[in-house]
Ligand binder design. Sequence first.
Ligand code: KMH
Ligand code: ZN
Length: 311
Amino acid sequence: MTDKLIITSALTGAITIPTQTPHLPFTPEHLIADAIACGQAGAAAVHVHARDPVDGRPLSDPDLFEPILKGIKAASNVVTGVTTGGGMGMSPQDRLRVIPRYRPELASFNLGSINFSMHPVAKRYKPGDYKYDWEQSYVEGTKDFIFRNTFGDMETYSSTFAENNVRPEFEAYDLGHLYNLRFLVKNGLAKPPLWIQFVLGVLGGLAATIEDLIVMKQTADRLFGSENYKWSVIGVGYPAEINLAATAIMMGGHVRVGLEDNIFIGKGRYCTNAQLVEKIVRLAHEFDRDIATPEDMRQILGLKGAAAIGF
Ligand code: KMH
Ligand code: ZN
């Protein structure tokens, strides 16, 4: 039987810059309001990064997460997943500090190192176009940004997640990352059932195409056995996010959308996080796929529940 559809909203991330869309949330108030709206629209989970509340710069300071996580928890039952991917300029150790501090139900666990680049975005803007002074160098700097997730880092992440009873959301940007995950499983550093995000469309990884989604799914089936994992897809950019979401709905997978990965709901049409969730709910209804509530998601993935988190 096909699972109810788990929709995750990735509210802000560390790739999208405020200049790209007026809807990008980066103050705690805006992030909390978006999380509530996404939950009301049908998201079972939100994926949270922190930014400087004044200028939107991505930051890893665990203190910045506190008002966001507590504010969401106070107002919504959504599963709150925390990033350990962070953004450019943050070390793996910096990124991991949120785990012992907050012990969330779920957190991202990135499966390999890539040159995670968004530098072509800079071609769209002239220097005077940027809203904040950090944005241009940040975007251009990703040309040489190595998103570090070595086997040593993953070993540390694995033990820290386990010690704090945090469920990893494995982020795979390339086929090799699935082989890295198999290595982790074989060495007792990851335990099925696995929850995997196929992240497609990051420059430096696989493309946001149906072909690449299929090849990821087939490879994961072969490496882990389809009964040993659940998957969700992230299509980075527009229309990739919507197209791959529709494909995942049909294939029985799950979906992540949000301004972290895509800023448009239609050609040239900016949108809020909640509007993206609403669109996925409409698509799911067209395909007769029921929507998972946060409690459904907890049951489908066997999460520890909100009572066991550290915030
Ligand atoms: N921004 C996504 C492409 C993380 O936060 O750990 C990847 C991501 C990584 O969400
Ligand atoms: Zn993220």
